[in-house]
Design a protein around this ligand. Structure first.
Ligand code: ADP
Length: 282
């Protein structure tokens, strides 16, 4: 209960920063987040509590999913939670669709509500630990998360902006299996000391080729808006964790095989997953 009370006090201070949201009272969703995390945090020798930060299209989901498999902890992507809500055609979906398609952020209250429900599911499945992908994305979210659990490590993935835009525009999803692919072949020559950046396409298997769709927020105009919003609202989250000594900055050196092995080195991890070894050798 101590965590809960601490959280409610914190909400008092955090609430001063926030306008009361018509959708849901921040206090309510924050206490839901607290109880959803409570059990998770108590487990002795618990699994990792990691966060992935990074601009749109940098590859948070790709590397978070691989680490989730390697470490056997749930990969929780708030972007996926939002898209699941959109697909459910629920009461929120039209309001959320409008926000997402403009490249703007969903309100903290709604995101925390979606996240709490997903964490409760994880608890019910006996999962412990988590790798958060795309949360926190504002200072308020970071403060609330800090108030309800310990974050062990924040991995901040970085990539040159021209590569980010090309990756978002090249991103494709199989409408059947939901697999993520990328048709862009990115080859940016080195300049001012930065090395050449080559990222080959990540092409789908033949059975997916005719089913590829593009995310509605992956148009050039919306991608640029998402990058602008990231710089305004999420850069401070990087500093929040940097000042707490929890931020691991990771510049992606190239495509998945090269970046995956370098990321494992940076995390002092081994990957004995043959599937990954095959792609790493590719
Ligand atoms: N933590 C969050 N806070 C607010 N909105 C979010 C959050 N996470 C995801 N979203 C919404 O979902 C959209 C897609 O998120 P995501 O798939 O993580 O995209 P990106 O590639 O921009 O990181 C975001 O543009 C935003 O509208």
């Amino acid at each position: 209960m101590a965590v809960m009370n601490r959280l409610i006090q914190r909400c008092g201070s955090v609430r001063n920063l926030c306008t009361k949201s018509p959708e849901t009272d921040l206090r309510k969703v924050s206490s839901a987040l607290s109880s959803a995390l409570d059990e998770n945090s108590k487990v002795k020798g618990r699994n990792v509590h990691w966060v992935f930060l990074g601009c749109p299209g940098v590859g948070k989901g790709t590397y978070a999913a691989r680490l989730s498999k390697l470490l056997s902890v749930p990969h929780i992507s708030t972007g996926d939670l939002v898209r699941h809500e959109l697909d459910s055609r629920g009461p929120l979906s039209s309001q959320l669709a409008e926000i997402v398609n403009q490249g703007k952020l969903i309100s903290d209250e709604i995101i925390i509500d979606l996240l709490s429900k997903r964490l409760e599911d994880a608890q019910a499945k006996g999962e412990t630990g988590f790798i958060l992908d795309g949360f926190p994305r504002t200072l308020k979210q970071a403060e609330i998360l800090e108030g309800v659990t310990d974050i062990d490590l924040v991995i901040n993935l970085k990539l040159r902006v021209e590569a980010l835009i090309a990756k978002c525009l090249g991103r494709r999803i199989c409408s059947e299996c939901r697999g993520n692919y990328n048709v862009a072949s990115i080859d940016i020559k080195g300049e001012n000391g930065s090395p050449r950046m080559y990222m080959p396409p990540l092409l789908p298997p033949s059975q997916c080729e005719s089913k590829l769709i593009t995310r509605s927020d992956d148009t050039e105009e919306v991608v640029k808006e998402r990058l602008k919003i990231y710089n305004e609202l999420s850069r401070p989250v990087e500093e929040y964790y940097r000042s707490r000594g929890k931020l691991l900055e990771f510049d992606l050196p190239g495509g998945i095989p090269e970046s995956w092995s370098k990321l494992l080195q940076a995390l002092n991890l081994d990957d004995d997953d043959d599937e990954h070894k095959k792609t790493a050798a590719a």
